[in-house]
Design a protein around this ligand. Sequence first.
Ligand code: 4AD
Ligand code: MG
Length: 477
Amino acid sequence: MSKVSIATLIADEKVGFKTTVKGWVRTFRSNRFVAMNDGSTIKNLQCVIDFEKYSEAEIKRISTGACLSLTGEIVESQGRGQSLEMVVSELEILGDSNPDEFPIQPKKHSLEFLRENAHLRFRTNTFSAVFRIRHAVSFAIHQYFNDNGFFNIHSPIITGSDAEGAGEMFRVTALDAKKPPLTEDGAVNYKEDFFGKETNLTVSGQLEAELAAMALSKVYTFGPTFRAENSNTSRHLAEFWMIEPEVAFNDLFDNMDLAEDFLKYVINYVLENGADDLEFLENRILDEEKNMKADLRQPFALREKLKMVADQDFERVSYTDAFNILRNSKPNKKKKFDYLLDEWGADLQSEHERYLVEKHFGKPVILYDYPAKIKAFYMRMNDDGKTVAAMDILFPGIGEIVGGSQREERLENLQQKMKEFNIPEEEMWWYLDTRKFGTCKHAGFGLGFERLVLFITGMTNVRDVIPFPRTPKNAEF
Ligand code: 4AD
Ligand code: MG
C-alpha cells in the first residue's frame, strides 16, 4: 500500500483511492475521529474509525501522542473543517503513549513548560510550525546566495582566534582538567594540548570568509557560532547560527544594499512558501493578545508586519544623526532610558535601538559609521579618523539583527589597529597576508539566524526558535 504525506493528500484534494498514513494522534474524539498529524503540514487528517470493529482495550490505546499507521479510503469529508478524510480499514498501533504520563495534552501549555519538554515540543502545532518555518528560512538563504553567484564556505568551528575580540569564548581542550601540564611559571601549558596551542569554539566565521572572498569574490558561511556571554535575555543564545556573506569589491553601501535585498527575499520566500504555518502563528498571537491591554498588542498582524518590511525601504541613518535624535528624545530628556545618552561615542543599548525603530522611524533602520572605539578591530577607518565603516540593521521587536562592515583592507592601518586592540600579529599572520597579497576593498555582514526566525515567526524568545537552546546553566537534551 502506498504511503503518502498528509501535506500531499490535502494539497492534491483527490478522493476515491486507498492509501496509508503514518503519524501521531493529536486528538481522538467520540471513539471515532482520530486527528492524525505527520508533521508534513500544520493540518491534521481526520481519520474515521469504525469502533465496533475494535475491542475496548484497542480503542484505549488510540490516545494523544500514540503513533499509528492507518490505511483506508480517502473520501470527501462529511464534517466541517476539512475537505477530505480517511475511512479507516486497517489500524496498526506502532507506538503506545500512556495518556497519564504523556506531558503534551491537547490543551494550551505555557512556552516555559514546553521548553522544559523540548524533546516533545515538536509534537505541538506551535513548535512544528516554528521548525518548518525555520527550515524554510534556511532554505531561502541558500537559495538566495546560490541564485546570486555566491559560494558556501564551511569555516572552522574550532579556532585559535577571537574574531570579535570580545573574549567571550568557550575553550576547547583535551587536557586533563584536574591535572593539566604546567609551564615553569605555573600557567597551563597549552603547547601540550591537542592542537599545541589554545583553541576555542568560533564566535564568527568572518575572518575565514574574508580569506575565501579574496579568491572566490562572493562567499557566505552558514554555521554554528558560540558565545560565552552571560546574557540571560530573550535575544541571546550561547550557541546560535550565523550567516556571513563576504564580497570582494563591495563598499559599505553595497553591503547595505545586499543585506536589505537578501532580508526581503527571505521574508518574501517564507510569505509564499510558509503560508499555512504563518497563518497559524499569526492566529496564535492574536489569540494570546485577546486578553491584553490594547497598547501591549502588536500594532500589525504577523503577515502584515512581514509584508511591510518586505515592501519598504529601510531607513539609513548615521550613528551621529541617530545619536542626536536619541539625545534629544523624550525618554532621554525625561530620564526614562536605563542608559542616558550624553556624550558622542557611547554604545547604543537595545532600548535606544528599539526607540529608533519602533517609535521614531517605524521601520527597519540601518545605522552606519559608528565610533571606532565601540566596534571590532577589522572595520575600515573612515576619513574622519573617528568612525568606522560599520553598519547594524535594527528590526522592530528585535533590535540588532545584522552586524557588518567594510573591512580595513590597508595593511598599515590594520596593523596599527591591531596594536591598539592588543592583538598580536603572530596570531593573525594569515589574516594580514591577505592585505599583503592582492588586497582589495571588501565588505560583509553577519545575520543572526535565530533573530530572523524570531522575527518571521512572531515568537518572543529565541529559545523557542532553536530546537535545543544553549543558555547560561542550560544544556539539556
Ligand atoms: O554583530 P556580530 O557580533 O557580528 C559579527 O560576528 C561579525 N563577524 C559579522 C560579520 O561582519 N561577518 O553578530 C552578528 C549577528 C548579530 O547582529 C545578531 O543578530 C547575532 O549575530 N548574534 C546573536 N544571536 C543570538 N545570540 C547571541 N548571543 C548573538 N550574538 C550575536
Ligand atoms: Mg553586533
